[in-house]
Design a protein around this ligand. Structure first.
Ligand code: URA
Length: 227
């Protein structure tokens, strides 16, 4: 299949978002306020995958906008990048009641959305945050304590990339000493990003088109945080 252009991938992500918004593949659709599809840069080399939306994410429809998001932003700042440079998604797109753990049937019902996101964004590195994302994307049962900070080459959704598990940022809210471990693991990200061959670039356009005028983001893109 021919690689898609950046614009085609953005459009396909918006389409996926519409699909996910109407998703009723598991009972979590009954209790959600909003589907939390994902947000950030559709051309990102670095993608983060968390566990599931919490209270604030469910209200706002965006991932990592609560306390754990502040920790994530501070960690990103420690390596000189902002959340606008990366793409952020979760294993589950809907909040489990009371923030309980995702259930196996919910993960299987939802994983198709995540794999489709990976296929479109084609990141070089996926940083999994915590046990649920790490186990789903590595396909291994090993817990985060054993595998954090260890880069693993993988093919996920047809994309050759590096999987890089780290502790969930919320862990630092309960155990402040965990921030040192998170910072140390984060510090390895820049090298992983530059040391890995990029996913094949999209083919050059056949005919030259006039560059698109710089305009306000369309409402849908704005909601998705696609830049
Ligand atoms: N924790 C997660 O795993 N994801 C979010 O979006 C927020 C908190």
């Amino acid at each position: 299949m021919q690689a898609r252009s950046a614009q085609e991938r953005r459009d396909a992500l918006v389409e996926l978002y519409h699909e996910a918004r109407g998703c009723e593949r598991c009972p979590l659709h009954q209790s959600r306020t909003k589907v939390v599809f994902g947000s950030g840069n559709a051309d990102a080399d670095l993608m983060f995958v968390g566990e599931a939306p919490g209270y604030h994410e469910d209200r706002q429809g965006a991932p990592f906008v609560g306390q754990a998001g502040k920790v994530l932003e501070s960690l990103l700042g420690s390596i000189g990048i902002s959340r606008h440079d990366v793409y952020i998604a979760n294993v589950l797109k809907c909040r489990p009641p009371g923030n309980r753990d995702p259930q196996p049937d919910e993960i299987s019902a939802c994983e198709g959305h995540l794999f489709a996101q990976v296929e479109l964004i084609r990141p070089r590195v996926i940083c999994t945050l915590g046990n649920f994302a790490t186990k789903l994307l590595s396909g291994q049962p090993h817990g985060i304590t054993r595998v954090h900070g260890r880069a693993q080459p993988r093919r996920i959704a047809g994309v050759d990339l590096v999987l890089y598990p780290i502790f969930h940022p919320a862990a630092a809210l309960y155990t402040p000493a965990m921030m040192d471990t998170l910072r140390a693991d984060f510090a390895k990200l820049p090298e992983l990003l530059t040391g890995v061959p990029a996913a094949p670039p999209p083919p050059p356009p056949v005919a030259r088109e006039a560059p698109a005028p710089v305009a306000e983001p369309e409402p849908e893109y704005a909601q998705l945080g696609l830049f």
